[in-house]
Design a protein around this ligand. Structure first.
Ligand code: B4P
Length: 191
């Protein structure tokens, strides 16, 4: 089993690259952003609670997100690997993920971190807002909040996995296919 975390700030291309990686390697895609947006569109209680955080650019509470991931891992026993996209986003989520995977006798193999300058992140979110209908993309103060949350809470995830020598940083600026090729090279070197 090969388990990968695609890591990076909001708008760095995690979702974009995940789609291509799933098509190539057959990983089980686990995007907490997608899971939360699906809860919102189904108007569940969890979704309504999550929306109030997401619309402000804040993180959804750890317990909610960890519970969702726990259920998704348990429901997908026997897959050849998980691609975690947008999760973990806090050190507490990283520790919880390590424990969950350990209980299934597996672990994270590598964390691939996409490096993209802040101005480009904002430009991509503004652009995505035109078609996505995502309320968290539309407002500049929310975009800035998401980037500051990334710096203050999410960078700790990279520090956590760096201590185990599992983090590889890749250039996330440029053509989508060029970035995809560099991600695949890192996977192929380890799988
Ligand atoms: P996410 O859904 O994870 O989304 P994201 O970080 O905004 O975007 P991503 O990096 O996937 O960018 P994409 O490929 O779309 O999170 C949304 C919210 O959900 C969070 O703010 C939080 O509130 C909540 N949440 C999610 N997970 C959570 C967790 N674990 N804990 C707590 N809360 C959680 O790319 C962006 C745009 O750039 C797209 O339009 C794309 O077409 C474009 N693009 C991609 N690559 C490009 C390239 N190389 N060049 C030019 N454009 C490119």
């Amino acid at each position: 089993m090969f388990n990968l975390i695609l890591f990076g700030p909001p708008g760095s291309g995690k979702g974009t690259q995940s789609e291509k990686l799933i098509a190539k390697y057959g990983f089980k895609h686990l995007s907490t952003g997608d899971l939360l947006r699906s809860e919102i569109s189904n108007q569940t209680k969890l979704g309504m609670e999550a929306k109030s955080f997401m619309d402000k650019g804040q993180l959804v509470p750890d317990a909610v997100v960890i519970g969702m991931v726990d259920a998704a891992i348990s429901a997908n026993k026997g897959v050849n690997g998980f691609l975690f996209d947008g999760f973990p986003r806090t050190k507490a989520q990283a520790i919880a993920l390590d424990n969950l995977l350990d209980s299934h006798a597996t672990a994270i193999n590598v964390v691939l971190a996409l490096d993209v300058p802040e101005e480009e992140l904002i430009a991509r979110m503004i652009n995505r807002a035109k078609t996505s209908g995502r309320t968290d993309d539309a407002d500049e103060s929310v975009q800035k909040k998401r980037i500051s949350v990334y710096k203050n809470e999410t960078l700790a995830v990279a520090e956590h996995y760096s201590a185990f020598d599992k983090v590889v940083t890749l250039n996330g600026l440029g053509e989508i296919d060029t970035i995809f090729t560099s991600i695949c090279a890192e996977i192929d070197a380890r799988a």
